[in-house]
Design a binder for this molecule. Sequence first.
Ligand code: HEC
Length: 156
Amino acid sequence: MCSIKVSPKMVPKERPRAMVKNFAVAAVVAAVALVLVFPAPGGSQEIEVGEVMSRIEGAYTEVVNSLLIFPVQEMGDEAPFDKISERLGEIAETARLLPRIENYEDDSSFRNFAGGLEKRAGEMAALAKKKSQAESITALARLQAACLECHKNFRF
Ligand code: HEC
């Protein structure tokens, strides 16, 4: 009988396997890091109400300044209606994130207030596109009421 001698040199080294394993671990770590940095669109836990509100606040402040303050500062100049309707579009879009926030997901009343905000912002954007100062100001009052209604119930 002939026997095959296996010399220690022929035994596969452990190294390639360890490298594959390390690579797999690194890939998992990278994937987790990616999920944390770029949450999946459906991942509601990552949306934070304070963050959403400050985005809405920023756009709202620009709308108020552009519609009410700017025409007074720059006497006679028309309000920048394109910018105003753009910012209102942002508010409407951001309002759609509100019902996806974890704490409010199952709250139909919160969802209704968020829907009201989206609707009012959309309506005002349409009026701003028409470049009507008076109609836009009336619509701003309705938009503001949508903010206050929700805050009355969920913030104070
Ligand atoms: C659907 C409900 C809802 C609507 C509509 C809403 N908000 Fe809010 N808002 C909240 C809640 C809830 C908080 C409290 C956030 C927190 O606890 O951090 C808040 C907080 C705020 C804050 C304080 C943020 C802070 O850092 O404390 C501002 C400013 C704000 N909202 C602006 C607005 C404006 C402007 C509008 C309308 C254009 C609006 N909100 C519409 C729910 C709403």
